[in-house]
Design a protein around this ligand. Sequence first.
Ligand code: HEM
Length: 552
Amino acid sequence: MVQTLLQGLFVCATTWLLWKAFRKFVVKSDLDNLPGPPSPSFMYGHVRELYNKQTGFKYHRSLGEKYGPVVRLRGRFGSNLVYTFDPKAMHSIAIKDQDIFQEATWFTKATGIIFGPGIFATLGDHHRKQRKMLNPVFSVNHMRNMSPIFYDITHKLRTAIQDRVRDGHPAEVNIVSWMGRTALELMGQGGLGYSFDPLIADAGDEYGKALKDLMPTLAQVRGLHHHVPLFQKIVPKGWRRTVAELIPAPPLQRIIQIADTMRIRSTEIFEAKKKALLAGDEALKHQIGEGRDLISVLLRENMAAAEEDKLPEEELIGQMSTMTFAAMDSTSNALSLTLWRLAQHPERQDALRKEILEAKEAHGGGDIGYDELVALPYLDAVCRETLRVHTPAPFRFRETNRDVILPLSEPVRGKDGRMMHELHIPKNTSVFVGINASNTNPALWGPDAYEWKPERWLEPLPETVLNARIPGVYANLMTFWGGGRSCVGFKFSQLEMKVVLAVLLSTFTFELTEKPIYWNMATVQYPSTDPHGAHPELPMKVGLLKRDSVRA
Ligand code: HEM
């Protein structure tokens, strides 16, 4: 019975994919005139090149260098794929026509199953309604309230690392693992009012483990999650869970477990928050985060909102794992990238430390207050430059839900010699936006665009950057995307980075070890010491700072 069902599924999937591929070859569009490399495979198109852990960064760069900011590629089974970092095109994708360039259907459906009806899983007006409720939760005022929680957690991280730097000799520390644990705990306490990890001791929290395991497990299902829409079309609602449980793929079964754990634990935490909130301020003070965490704020905002703006409870719960997942790997790798760069540039590490220590002195040696910390110019320059050259999420993708005209900043010459000022993009075209490519575009940033030079932010930016009108929400960069689906947590993430860097650099020194470091192309890039990127690892020699060694 199961075998017949699976065979049926296979036949339907193959017929559907073949039909889609055939239709695309028959219907011609501007894309057929747009230059790009030949497809290396009918089955995968250029997808494996774009995602290749080892060569992906080089490949993305080569596309821009060879074809410019808009390139024709192929997706799976001969489907249309456009790769772009043209500013006007990105403006259309992220802002003007965002309801046409939507999140891919597999993405919203799969995230809906995994995280529940949170912000990843919704589109159009439904998504706008959720954003309306979430945006104020990340206001500067709430971020200011968040900073004591962040300092508290980062002091625990400092103690944990100090314990490993014995006898005053530098010790090898796996930075990416500690940044991962810290980012999860910062989001746990700051976001959910929940502690995943005391940091001092190793604790195996089941919810935290589920969140950490999700990305590596998704990598093992080899694109199975891309077929969720087809699965939902074929299998009736009441049968889906049973059928999924019968599929003999261990990573898929682990994902089902992970989704269950996240749903059960986030619901429990939510119910406890709601109870404390209804019991009044005194009860909230006894909770982790004392009611200042994002979910408590969201709950309060939702209770006070007009009836038509209120979100149902399952959507509030859906935000919890969604946000924690979105916050975790992105910020921890951004911090790892910053420390890795500072270790390569000891003179810049010293300059940043000097700025931080002087600001601490002005605070009687204590933690630097929120307003002073966010205004430190060199700290800000170091964060911006890292997020420019090494954006944690190097690309994002969209799918057109109808035919659309994509405007271009500069015309491109078609294969027939015709100059094209805009492109007709057919329905169901995949669009890849090269975030890293936009942030390091030499035509805008100059010939040193690929170099990590924080000082560039201490001077006025080049006119070419300012005139390009990059549609990103942050610093003329696409790092946090733009428009209605831009990163809701970018101020939270900036604060995390600045608090962690201020505490660590005023206590420790960071050097590279002899081991090679590879940054692997992925949805969120990560470091490893092996060229195949099997395990995230970033070893560094961490020493205790000797105050008299701080260079003037
Ligand atoms: C350096 C760290 C971060 C980077 C580089 C980053 C990057 C991004 C990008 C590029 C998007 C757009 C994705 C898309 O629509 O295709 C996004 C969305 C999002 N981010 Fe971040 N993010 C970071 C940190 C955070 C943090 C700390 C949080 C939460 C506290 C967060 C929560 C979210 C959420 C909820 C969305 C979905 C927004 C929506 O669809 O409306 N992110 N982020």
